[in-house]
Design a protein around this ligand. Structure first.
Ligand code: 13P
Length: 254
């Protein structure tokens, strides 16, 4: 059975003190209220990561992820962080290719491919983000865009490597806008992604991969979204900054 995952992406929010307090709340609520069939992941800014890993030691329900890593092993890349550094601090997951990184920091499918490689090399599980802009949807190129985002960043991977990836479908027009993709729109794309993976790899692989939905997901719409056959959870932005909302979203799987 595919893993059910609810991941929070704090983006550039919460100072150190606020972040530790939020994470402690999330952990307590997850322990008290969530069943064991789901994985909660908190992707914080780099600053918080090591402390969050320490706080979550021995906790199987809540894991810690980063929001990015650099594609080189080490060296003169001022301000960047390496996959090795993240892994050595106990981080288990890393978001790669978020649309904000593509939009503001020039990341491409090719750089995402390099980041996925280095993440896997250091045993970090990549949460690879894909999704179309409003303009691409309106011009009906969204299927092609999504297909190339997957193909160019992941199809060089062996089956064994690809099996470690989590995919997050985040339509850019739904991120932080309050406009959620309808459950039918999201399901359509998730099923398409699974079909593409089956075509490139095999049906068993397509059945195994967790595909998350992201974009204005909240406690009110999570139930319906997560009830879709090919939606295995969510990548949550704004609502992950409030412990109650974040855990209520995860409870859609209870
Ligand atoms: P929102 O949930 O705030 O729309 O953000 C989604 C997102 O970008 C998660 O990575």
């Amino acid at each position: 059975m595919r893993k059910k995952i609810v991941a929070g992406n704090w983006k550039m929010n919460k100072n150190f003190t606020e972040g530790l307090a939020l994470f402690s709340e999330v952990m307590h609520m997850a322990n008290d209220e969530l069943h064991n069939n789901q994985q909660v992941i908190v992707c914080s800014p780099y600053l918080h990561l090591h402390s969050l890993v320490q706080l979550s030691k021995g906790n199987v329900k809540v894991a810690v992820g980063a929001q990015n890593c650099y594609q080189a092993e080490s060296g003169a890349f001022t301000g960047e962080i390496s996959a090795d550094m993240l892994a050595s601090a106990g981080v288990q997951y890393v978001i790669i290719g978020h649309s904000e990184r593509r939009q503001y920091f020039g990341e491409t499918n090719a750089t995402c491919a390099e980041k996925i490689n280095i993440a896997l090399k250091h045993n970090l599980k990549p949460i690879y983000c894909i999704g179309e802009t409003l303009q691409q949807r309106e011009s009906a190129t969204h299927f092609d865009i999504i297909k190339s985002q997957i193909a160019e960043a992941t199809y060089h991977l062996s089956e064994q490597e690809f099996a470690k990836i989590i995919i997050a479908y985040e339509p850019v027009w739904a991120i932080g806008t309050g406009v959620t993709a309808s459950s039918a729109q999201a399901q359509e794309i998730h099923a398409f992604i699974r079909k593409e993976i089956a075509w490139q790899y095999n049906v068993a692989m397509a059945d195994e991969i967790s595909i998350l939905y992201g974009g204005s997901c909240n406690p009110k719409n999570a139930d319906e979204l997560f009830a879709q056959a090919d939606i295995d959870g969510g990548l949550i932005g704004g609502a992950s900054l409030k412990s109650r909302d974040f855990i209520d979203i995860a409870k859609a799987f209870n």
